[in-house]
Design a protein around this ligand. Structure first.
Ligand code: C5P
Length: 398
């Protein structure tokens, strides 16, 4: 999987730098060509000799070699790389990455790199939890940097909590997943439906019931399917988003409109991704005039809407059907329930308990659940999340 891949391994000044030795060894064992860039402080934590021996190349620290003036070109390094992997990434380096400070070779290379960038943060639990660090992580993820989350456990300080750099084996798995998600044009001739955004259930000509969905995840999936050559119909509630290139957009308002449009398109589709946040209840009757307020409380009677995903699932044949589960508690059990009830091929779970997941933002953190497996993914941009989901669609499409 990593055969021939050019990977720059960036090492920053954290005690977890000792794990970079094993990480480097595993990358080389997987067939990757590795160049190591260390920040000046990183040299205090692990020796250049160790890293040079394991990577089979001299390590790079300074902008130029002080002995002979030879320039270490961050531009050529950035062009050479298929991935810049910074592990461990300190709070300091992450902060500099978000603001564009470029006071060492690793940071100038980051700014020049056109490749995928992944970071594995490592720090003390309070530094990790600090609002500044969390904000920086979110910003980087929104800009497309893959965040390989730290684990919880004993830290160098003796405290116990979240901040330990992910283990080298786990980092390797995530690096492979990122390469696997890179784009191929593999869905030409396939027709997909994507539902997205929130539905609007009118109460009277002025008021309505809706939810916080912005449609970003569904739009990113529609875009990715189209990029891989599929013919895509995006059935969408009201959003502020532009129509993705190459996608046919069908605007709807209520759950019932969405149901009718989706069931109609399903006849000719090869698959559907049900990303919309569809209202479960709608007012039993819609007043034809603005309801006047009085001093009494008001009760609005609601009735159930039809479940679109379930309807498609009842008539699925060997087509692909993907659902979403946005949960606040009992996440896995609820997601597995949906998988069965709606006859889905897989369900994409995001928990509102995960920072950076769910409504509105530009990032997501998902677990993909099917009948046989559960794949957890790191915090990623919604764009990268869409790639991972479409990869899975390709794998399950018969
Ligand atoms: O049952 P629940 O609403 O939690 O399930 C979420 C999944 O089902 C999502 O994929 C959503 O798009 C889909 N759904 C639907 N029609 C509904 C309700 C949910 O397609 N009426």
């Amino acid at each position: 999987m990593l055969n021939g891949k050019h990977i720059i391994l960036g090492i920053t000044g954290s005690i977890a730098a000792y794990k970079a030795a094993m990480l480097c060894r595993l990358l080389v064992k997987e067939g990757a060509e590795v160049r190591v860039i260390m920040t000046p402080l990183a040299k205090q934590f692990i020796t250049p000799l160790t890293m040079a021996t394991l990577s089979k190349h001299p390590i790079l620290v300074e902008f130029f070699n002080p002995e002979n003036g030879e320039w270490n070109s961050h531009v050529s390094l950035g062009e050479w790389a298929d991935m810049l992997l910074i592990a461990p990434a300190t709070a300091n380096t992450m902060a500099k990455m978000t603001t564009g400070i470029a006071d060492n070779l690793l940071l100038t290379t980051y700014l020049s790199a056109r490749s995928k960038v992944a970071i594995a943060p490592a720090m003390d639990l309070d530094m990790y939890a600090h609002v500044t660090t969390q904000q920086n992580l979110k910003t980087l993820a929104e800009r497309g940097v893959a965040i390989i989350e730290p684990g919880a456990g004993e830290l160098a300080s003796g405290l116990v909590g979240k901040g330990r750099m992910a283990e080298p084996e786990e980092i390797i798995e995530q690096v492979k997943a990122i390469f696997a998600a890179e784009c191929k044009r593999t869905l030409s001739g396939k027709r997909y439906i994507v539902t997205a955004g929130a539905t609007i259930e009118p109460i009277d000509p002025v008021r309505y019931i809706t939810n916080h969905s912005t449609g970003k995840m569904g739009y990113a999936i529609a875009e990715e399917l189209a990029r891989r050559g599929a013919e895509v119909k995006l059935i969408t509630g009201r959003t502020a988003l532009p129509t993705p290139q190459g996608v046919e957009r069908i605007d709807v308002l209520s759950a019932e409109d969405m149901y009718n449009a989706t069931v109609k398109e399903w006849e000719l589709a090869d698959g559907a991704v049900m990303c919309a946040a569809v209202a479960d209840y709608t007012p039993k009757s819609v007043a034809d005039h603005k309801l006047k307020k009085s001093d009494d409380d008001l009760t609005i009677e609601l009735c159930r809407t039809k479940d679109i995903a379930k309807e498609l699932g009842s008539n699925k044949g060997n087509r692909t059907l993907v659902g979403f589960a946005l949960e606040t508690d009992n996440e896995r059990a609820n997601a597995e329930g949906k998988l069965q009830r709606k006859n889905l091929d897989f369900v994409v779970l995001n928990s509102l308990r995960d920072k950076g997941a769910g409504f509105g933002g530009d990032t997501n953190k998902i677990t993909i659940i099917d009948n046989n497996s559960r794949e957890e993914h790191p915090l990623m941009s919604k764009h990268d999340t869409a790639k991972v989901i479409v990869d899975k669609i390709e794998r399950v499409t018969r």
